[in-house]
Design a protein around this ligand. Sequence first.
Ligand SMILES: [Fe+2]
Ligand SMILES: [Fe+2]
Length: 289
Amino acid sequence: MGLSSVPAASTPKLWATSDVHVSHESNRAFVTGLSERPGDWLVLGGDVCESADDLAWTLDELAPKFARMFWVPGNHELWSLRPDEPRGVAKYEQLVSVCRARGVVTPEDPYVLFPRGVDAPTAAGAGEEGGPPLYIAPLFLLYDYSFRPPEVAREDALRWARESGIRCADEQFLFPEPYATREAWCDARVRDAEARLTALGPEATFVLVNHFPLRIRDVILPRVPRFSLWCGTTRTEDWAVRFRARAVVYGHLHVRRRTAEGPCEFHEVSLGYPPQWSGDPDAQLRRIL
Ligand SMILES: [Fe+2]
Ligand SMILES: [Fe+2]
């Protein structure tokens, strides 16, 4: 650090959680029980709820506790359970509006530069003042059924899953309109995010946030392995390396995990359904930066 540089007043801590599923009463207690962290930032990695009203309730509870919040949609938020609800892209846009009304950053907003001052953490290489720019990038990439063994053809994939009793409720409730298929929607989302990440140049580094894991190797579901079809796309397999990610944050699996590979940490940060967590709400948050 040069003597003439002005240090940032304080570096926020970046926390993450996902799969809060507030339709479960005790998970609402997680939301209301979290302590205030007025200088810190919070990432919500999707599957907060199934309705715009519940998303609004959650953000109204949490926004006053944090300096900045980020949200990406999970498959549950995108469900249209009632005939009068918007579907597909229109449902997503309704949720984005709920976030914007509360100042919460969504995948539709510019990626946010993470401030790094003299007290910046050094974990995961995040803290070198004057280092490359580090952006928080909330992504909405969906899935395209490509997380499957090579011998299973796309047209056989749903049958292959059904053979082991697996069928995701998304097939009934997650509509792709106006796209013809969920794969087509995924394709559009991947192309858009790829262009935006690339546009920030070869120096930019990222915390990539997506509800679904970016790599098939992170889909660890010993009891329901064929659920992998609804867990991501192979098109993001190399994104952590290609976009110089310092961290990848995801949920969806309800299997918490933290691994490191080179300069990048991979965080599965699900809270999960009530039997899957207990205890102090604050202890459920994952520190990312
Ligand atoms: Fe979930
Ligand atoms: Fe999910």
